[in-house]
Design a protein around this ligand. Structure first.
Ligand SMILES: C[S@@+](CC[C@H](N)C(=O)[O-])C[C@H]1O[C@@H](n2cnc3c(N)ncnc32)[C@H](O)[C@@H]1O
Length: 417
């Protein structure tokens, strides 16, 4: 997949230089010359010094740039100083024990297949540089929870700007009739009150006003395996009911050309409908709703390929991919994700809203379930996630797919555990 932004390359080259060196150890002079060669900079250009800063001290700008990325790798815990050796660094053995968030401006291809690419980085740093035509963005962004998850999240007051900012570059690349699908939370309450926040309503209006998105549907994802919540208002104070659904919002930039097709998501007919089709349909004549609906002899007798799904998705959390991801992340000593979707959620929307070969993106990728569903369905995909360890765990799920490649520098993340 050719969506690799230019900016990724210098960071990746530096990281790869460490990965390619003996035992991952490299002194700075060797680092400079290896990276210079990889990026096509001549030894003369590398040695050229220009006055820098107020004091005008002559320095090599290329070396300075390399050192900046080297420092970033250090901050991320990917490389560490070799004790007692000045200017010598090695791939950190501790990388991957905790969550490492990508620093601003740092983006790195973590793994890729023939169809897709998972990038470690802030979505802003990636999607602003991508102009490939996007057919679908499906995502479960961090919710504005009062008690944020391990990966953090914006608070409710900044939420509308946060989501509009994330979607703006994606909407710019959305093909006519493309879709945006957001899995959000309805369980955000007004401070110290049992009443729900109206942030969802504000968000829908803002996406329409600011980005021109039209609301196609609000689809409840009904999940009876959710733990009982809101704990205080339902279980202690007893004024609310326990939540059994999350709203999924579906938007398009052009309802007149929307690319959805419910024939791609047909379900099996019920036993009763199958009986009717076998009998050639209803035998009675009847009417309902003051004549709005009529049953005639032969109604429901036409043999069709399947049942059109209702706009409610009923799924538990149980998912064999989630279980496999957890097992593999544990085995590698990686922290596991606290808010995964079952793959069946992106799978449904990708089938409904796209065709094979289309590009599907997810700016808040987590464990790359969107990528996994897209890969299996023959769609191209691009996912960003700013916590390195989630991607390293997710990579394990892609090893069998055509063209799988893990970034060399990340191959030992977690393996020391
Ligand atoms: C609700 S989770 C997504 C879970 C995912 N659907 C799955 O099934 O694994 C939201 C993810 O967004 C990531 N995230 C938050 N802010 C981000 C940003 N600015 N850029 C990239 N990823 C971000 C978080 O680290 C978290 O993993």
């Amino acid at each position: 997949m050719n969506a690799q932004p230019q900016q990724i390359s210098l960071f990746a080259e530096i990281a790869s230089a460490y990965a390619a060196s003996t035992d991952g150890v490299l002194d700075n002079d060797s680092l400079y010359s290896t990276v210079a060669e990889r990026i096509g900079t001549t030894p003369e250009a590398l040695g050229t010094r220009t006055p820098i800063g107020r004091a005008g001290v002559p320095r090599s700008t290329v070396k300075r740039k390399i050192r900046w990325y080297q420092q970033t790798l250090k901050q991320l815990g990917i490389i560490e100083h070799v004790p007692g050796e000045r200017g010598v660094w090695q791939l950190s053995e501790n990388a991957g024990k905790d969550l490492h968030r990508a620093a601003t401006g740092v983006t790195l291809v973590t793994f890729s297949t023939d169809l897709g690419i998972a990038i470690w980085g802030n979505h802003q740093d990636v999607f602003r540089q991508i102009n490939a035509p996007i057919a679908l963005c499906i995502s479960s962004p961090p919710y504005p929870l009062r008690k944020a998850r391990a990966y953090g999240g914006p608070d409710e007051r900044e939420y509308v700007d946060f989501i509009c900012g994330a979607l703006e570059p994606i909407v710019r690349s959305l093909i006519p009739g493309g879709s945006i699908v957001l899995n959000l939370s309805g369980d955000v309450f007004e401070p110290k009150k049992s009443s729900r926040s109206l942030y969802l309503e504000r968000l829908v209006l803002a996406l329409n006003d600011r980005l021109g998105l039209a609301l196609m549907d609000r689809i409840p994802w009904v999940n009876y395996s959710k733990p009982p919540a809101p704990t205080y208002w339902a279980c202690v104070n007893r004024v609310q009911l326990t939540t059994a659904y999350e709203p999924i919002y579906w938007f398009t930039n052009d309802p007149g050309r929307v690319r959805s097709d419910n024939r791609r998501v047909l379900e099996a007919h019920s036993a009763q409908h199958q009986r009717l089709m076998a009998l050639g349909g209803e035998g009675r004549l009847s009417s309902y709703g003051d004549g709005a609906y009529r049953l005639r002899p032969g109604s429901f007798g036409q043999v069709t390929a399947g049942r059109i799904p209702r706009n409610v998705i009923e799924r538990g959390h149980a998912c064999s991919d989630t279980a496999a991801y957890r097992r593999r992340a544990h085995a590698l000593g990686l922290p596991t994700h606290g808010a995964m979707q079952p793959t069946s959620i992106p799978d449904f929307f990708i089938r409904f809203l796209t065709e094979p070969g289309d590009l599907v993106v997810d700016p808040f990728g987590g464990t790359v379930k969107t990528g996994l569903a897209a890969e299996r369905l023959g769609r191209r995909w691009l996912v960003t996630e700013w916590m390195l360890e989630y991607l390293c765990g997710a990579a394990e799920m892609f090893r069998g797919f055509a063209g799988f490649e893990m970034n060399k520098v990340l191959q030992n993340v977690g393996s020391a555990a």
